[in-house]
Design a binder for this molecule. Structure first.
Ligand code: AMP
Length: 273
């Protein structure tokens, strides 16, 4: 397995291989969720590239950029065991320039939900993902449905900028008790972890309501808010696959999203119906 930190070196290496490339961008502290993305990439492409880069431009002032878990050595081992061919580990200076040209999140869909609680976050995400996709030039790039709004905005960027990559959404991996895996789960104390389970519980309850014929968004959200009530809730929202708020769940075209603070840890989860 190769470890490369220089973007141009990676570009040259991949161009010389004339192979299909599956790409998994990450911020490291790899868990089973990331491994699932890697497995999909491994199954569908000749070469697999994983990047590990804690992208400063997607963190707002006062967020957890400094304390975000960094586990480079363990991550390299995980990649090696998962059959990754190249790990790309750039530094900020390798990717960003002075006074650079910037791609930005769209004014509406980039500033609702997660974009409303973290204004500017998605511009940072799209900036780095555009750079990374241009460096790796993958056949397919793999993103988790857990970050549903991020996935949607990346799909929009690829469409709006006529980019030549297939974006592959991958299902959320959970602990056996339902908690969605996240690198930020390491911040949770034992009690906070118990509290965090209310998030997936509220989503399961929503899914059960829909199965039993309740489609009204207001009714579903009320029940979810009741389950979530001890937590500080960022948002509970029901959107269609275009990320527009909807009054009624449409099976096959809806996502129910939750953002909640557990202690000072912001957790996201969602369910696709
Ligand atoms: P991150 O390292 O948190 O930026 O995540 C890198 C990629 O892994 C993103 O596409 C995430 O959506 C995806 N991801 C994170 N957690 C999970 C999970 N529990 N299941 C599936 N994919 C995930």
């Amino acid at each position: 397995m190769k470890i490369i930190s220089n973007p141009l070196e990676l570009k040259q290496y991949l161009q010389s291989q004339h192979a299909t490339v599956g790409y998994v961008p990450t911020m490291g502290a790899l868990h089973e969720g990331h491994i699932s993305l890697i497995k999909h990439a491994r199954a569908e492409n000749e070469l697999v590239v994983v990047s590990i880069f804690v992208n400063p431009t997607q963190f707002l002032a006062g967020e957890d950029l400094e304390k975000y878990p960094r586990r480079d050595e363990a991550d390299k081992k995980i990649c090696e065991l998962a059959g990754v061919d190249v790990v790309f580990m750039p530094q900020s200076d390798d990717l960003y320039f002075e006074d650079e040209v910037k791609v930005q999140a769209p004014n509406v869909r980039g500033y609702v939900l997660e974009g409303a609680t973290r204004p500017g976050h998605f511009s940072g995400v799209l900036r780095v993902v555009m750079k990374l996709l241009n460096i790796v030039n993958p056949t397919r790039a793999y993103f988790g449905k857990k970050d549903a709004q991020q996935l949607h905005l990346i799909e929009l960027m690829v469409k709006h900028y006529f980019m030549d990559v297939i974006i592959v959404p991958v299902d959320t991996v959970r602990e056996s008790d339902g908690l969605a895996l996240s690198s930020r789960n390491v911040y949770l104390s034992k009690e906070q972890r118990e509290d965090a389970l209310k998030i997936s519980k509220s989503l399961y309850s929503a899914s059960q309501m829909v199965s039993s014929g309740v489609y009204d968004s207001y009714v579903i959200k009320e029940k979810m808010l009741e389950i979530l009530s001890p937590l500080e809730i960022g948002y509970v929202a029901i959107v269609n696959r275009e990320f527009e708020l909807i009054d009624k769940v449409e099976i096959g075209n809806s996502v129910i999203l939750v953002e909640a603070l557990v202690g000072s840890t912001r957790l996201l989860d969602n369910i696709w119906l």
